[in-house]
Design a protein around this ligand. Structure first.
Ligand code: NDP
Length: 331
C-alpha cells in the first residue's frame, strides 16, 4: 500500500474548500489508490465552521482518508505537506480599493510562504487559487526562496476547462474529445483563451477547432468574452461564485502535474515565466504545459499570430502592473 500524502487546503471552511476536500478524500486529486491526510487551515473567524467540515469528513467514512488536521495555526497546517492548495484569501469587498485588497493578500501570502518554506515536506507542490492568483503565487515564490520556483503555480485550469466546455457545446461534441485549448496570462478578465491549436477527436481523426467551428468572428469575439466573463455569469445566476468547478479544476491541475498529462495533450498552468513566447521573465503567467515525472514543461514552438500576440502582451502588461502594485504594498 502507498504511504499517505498530506494535502493542505487553506481557506478550507469557505465554499471552494467545502467542494474541494471531499474530492481530495475520494481520490479525485491524487488517484484512487493514493491514501491522503487532509490538512485544513482557516482563520479564527471560521474556526467553528472548520470543525463542522471536519465532522462531515469523519461522517463520510472515506476509505482513502487516513487523517484530518483542522487548525487555525499555519505552522501546524503546513507541517509535512506534500501538496498545498491555497484557497484562502481576502475577498474584495464593495468600495475597497485594489491596493487595499492587494495589501491584505500580500501580507497573507508572505506569511504563508514562510510557514510553507519552513515546515512543508521537501518538494512540496503549491497551487494558488485565491485571487489575485498569479500575483499571490508570485509573492509566495518571492518569500519562500528555498522552494524551487517550478513547484509554485496558480490555477488557470478552470478557465482552460471553460474553454473546452464552450467548444464542446458549440460543436455538440463530448468535452473529452476536445483538447489543447490554451489560457495565456492572468487569471482575470485580461486572460487570452486561445483555440488556434485546439483539436477535436472525430471519426476521421483529429480536426482543428477552427476548421470545425468555421466562424472566426465567434471564436475571436463572443467565445473569448464568454470564457473571460464566465465567473461573473455564475455569480449572477447562483448569487455565489463558482465553487464546484473551481474545486474540480484544482484537482485536474494537481492530478496532471503529479501523474502526468496524456501523450499529445497539453493543459494550462500559471507558472514562473522563463521568457518563453516573449512573455517577460519573472511573472507568474499561464502557459500551455505538458507534465511528466512530477514536472511541467512549457510547450515550445507554437506559431503565434498577430491577434494572439496583442492579447498575450496585454495580459502580460496587466500582470507587470499587478506585480508593481504588490511590491508597493510591501513597502
Ligand atoms: P471561496 O472559497 O469562494 O473563494 C476563495 C478564493 O478563491 C477567493 O480568493 C476567490 O477569488 C478565489 N477564486 C479563484 N478562482 C475562482 C473561481 N474561478 N471561482 C471562485 N473563486 C475563485 O471564498 P470563501 O469566502 O467562501 O472562502 C474563503 C476562505 O478563506 C474562508 O473560509 C475564509 O475564512 C478564508 N480566509 C482566509 C484568510 C487567511 O488565510 N488569512 C483571509 C481571509 C479569508 P474572488 O475573491 O475573486 O472570488
Amino acid at each position: 500500500a502507498k504511504e499517505p500524502m498530506r494535502v493542505l487546503v487553506t481557506g478550507a471552511a469557505g465554499q471552494i474548500g467545502y467542494a474541494l476536500v471531499p474530492m481530495i478524500a475520494r481520490g479525485i486529486m491524487l488517484g484512487a489508490d493514493q491514501p491522503v491526510i487532509l490538512h485544513m487551515l482557516d482563520i479564527e473567524f471560521a474556526a467553528e465552521a472548520l470543525k463542522g467540515v471536519k465532522m462531515e469528513l469523519v461522517d463520510a467514512a472515506f476509505p482513502l482518508l487516513k487523517g484530518v488536521v483542522a487548525t487555525t495555526d499555519p505552522v501546524e497546517a503546513c507541517t509535512g505537506v506534500n501538496v498545498a492548495v491555497m484557497v484562502g484569501g481576502f475577498p474584495r469587498k464593495e468600495g475597497m480599493e485594489r491596493k487595499d485588497v492587494m495589501t491584505k493578500n500580500v501580507s497573507i501570502y508572505k506569511s504563508q510562504a514562510s510557514a510553507l518554506e519552513a515546515h512543508a515536506a521537501p518538494n512540496c507542490k503549491v497551487l494558488v487559487v485565491a485571487n489575485p492568483a498569479n500575483t499571490n503565487a508570485l509573492i509566495l515564490k518571492e518569500f519562500a526562496p528555498s522552494i524551487p520556483e517550478k513547484n509554485i503555480s496558480c490555477l488557470t485550469r478552470l478557465d482552460h476547462n471553460r474553454a473546452l466546455g464552450q467548444i464542446s457545446e458549440r460543436l455538440n461534441v463530448q468535452v473529452s474529445d476536445v483538447k489543447n485549448a490554451i489560457i495565456w496570462g492572468n487569471h482575470s478578465s485580461s486572460q487570452y483563451p486561445d483555440v488556434n491549436h485546439a483539436t477535436v477527436k472525430t471519426a476521421s481523426g483529429e480536426k482543428p477547432v477552427r476548421e470545425l467551428v468555421q466562424d472566426d468572428e465567434w471564436l475571436n469575439g463572443e467565445f473569448i468574452a464568454t470564457v473571460q466573463q464566465r465567473g461573473a455569469a455564475i455569480i449572477k445566476a447562483r448569487k455565489l461564485s463558482s465553487a464546484l468547478s473551481a474545486a474540480s479544476s484544482a484537482c485536474d491541475h494537481i492530478r496532471d502535474w503529479v501523474l502526468g498529462t496524456p501523450e499529445g495533450t497539453f493543459v494550462s498552468m500559471g507558472v514562473y515565466s522563463d521568457g518563453s513566447y516573449g512573455v517577460p521573465a519573472g511573472l507568474i503567467y499561464s502557459f500551455p504545459v505538458t507534465c511528466s515525472g512530477g514536472d511541467w514543461t512549457i510547450v515550445q514552438g507554437l506559431p503565434i499570430d498577430e491577434f494572439s500576440r496583442k492579447k498575450m502582451d496585454a495580459t502580460a502588461q496587466e500582470l507587470s502592473e499587478e506585480k508593481a502594485l504588490a511590491y508597493s504594498c510591501l513597502e
